[in-house]
Design a binder for this molecule. Structure first.
Ligand code: FES
Ligand SMILES: [Fe+2]
Length: 346
């Protein structure tokens, strides 16, 4: 599936950028191949618009905010958060140019990030109660582009078989390569997968988990929110929750922006954010190393012959089925073109 060729994928919310970054001034981003600008107006409202001035096509992200308007850096035309042209300095009495507008997109803030939907959203941004639960803290972890398709990161998150190999240096036991398979329940535009996975504890994890055992068990409740968002709740035997929220926000067909934060029911005195990020960084780099080598045009048709499967691939196969259903419901079909390798596509 090539993400930019599926218009229905424009109908989902994506966390695009940390609010703190947008608060510094207008920022460019490419979402599903669409160049957009994110900015915050003088009244504190976030906005997302096409990053192109209709006058002479300058990038509005190189402009600046003046009151509730975004000013184009080229000749100073100004636009409000809905994209309407409200001021043309060369025609001071005009009050802007009627009928001149930049395309604007649905935009809101949740969980410390600015979210954007390019077309009318099919599903809401998930509600996670931990955000307003005083027992939990949010730790922002990663914000960086990866050279792989968002889908590859999603299926990886639900693939228990990869743990024992990809993560053999951080928590996976390579001597026990047959992982327990999750039980899966579907819901609208996603599913939840539950499993208990035995893992080993590094010295750093013993500290982070406040658990000196050589081995422990991860009680996993993992939600997939179509198409590129997952919430991985890991509950340890001592009651500690380490909930990792990861989005593979699609930049284009072969790249995604990894947006990750975690929610934990402990305190900085018990485990420092720096130590928690350090461990998750090691794990994430292990995934990245492998995923950036995968074909980005993952076939959704499991019988395409392009890929072979095994029983533990069930969550990824269900994702494929559900995405195919989505495309069929919205009158689209998967592009039949599959690239045999990354190189052929580039
Ligand atoms: S290009 Fe934007 S005002 Fe001229
Ligand atoms: Fe992984």
């Amino acid at each position: 599936m090539l993400a930019t060729r599926q218009p229905v994928l424009r109908r989902f919310w994506y966390p695009v950028m940390p609010q703190a970054l947008v608060d510094q001034g207008p920022q460019p981003f490419t979402l599903l191949g669409e160049k957009i600008v994110l900015w915050r107006d003088g009244s504190g409202r976030y906005a997302a618009m096409a990053d192109r001035c209709p006058h002479r096509s300058a990038a509005l992200s190189k402009g600046w905010v003046d009151g509730d308007a975004l000013v184009c850096p080229y000749h100073g035309w100004a636009y409000d958060g809905r994209g309407a042209c409200v001021r043309v300095p060369q025609r001071p009495d005009s009050g802007g140019l009627k009928g001149t507008a930049v395309r604007s997109f649905a935009c809101t803030e949740r969980y410390g990030h600015v979210w954007v939907a390019l077309d009318e959203p099919l599903a809401p941004i998930p509600d996670w109660t931990e955000e307003s639960d005083a027992a939990y803290r949010r730790i922002d972890q990663f914000y960086e582009p990866w050279n792989c398709a968002g889908f590859r990161l999603m299926e990886n998150s639900f693939d228990n078989a990869h743990i024992h190999f990809v993560h053999r240096r951080t928590f996976g036991d390579i001597n026990d390569p047959n992982p327990p398979q999750p039980t899966i329940e579907r819901f609208d535009h996603g599913f939840v997968a539950r499993s208990d996975v035995p893992v080993f504890n590094t010295e750093l994890q013993k500290k982070n988990l406040r658990d000196d055992s050589a081995f422990t068990v991860r009680h996993i409740t993992a939600h997939w929110y179509m198409p590129f968002l997952r919430r991985l709740q890991i509950r340890y035997p001592n009651g500690l929750d380490h909930i990792i929220v990861t989005a593979a926000t699609p930049i284009g067909d072969g790249s995604c922006q990894v947006v990750q934060f975690c929610l934990r029911n402990d305190t900085e005195a018990e485990a420092t954010a720096a130590d928690i990020i350090a461990f998750d960084r090691r794990v994430t780099e292990e995934d990245r190393e492998v995923l950036e080598g995968t074909d980005f045009d993952a076939p959704l048709d499991m019988n395409s012959g392009v890929e072979r499967h095994m029983p533990s691939d069930q969550p990824g196969l269900l994702m494929r089925r559900m995405l195919l259903e989505l495309l069929a419901t919205h009158g689209e079909t998967e592009q039949t073109r599959h690239y045999p390798s990354r190189q052929a596509a580039e």
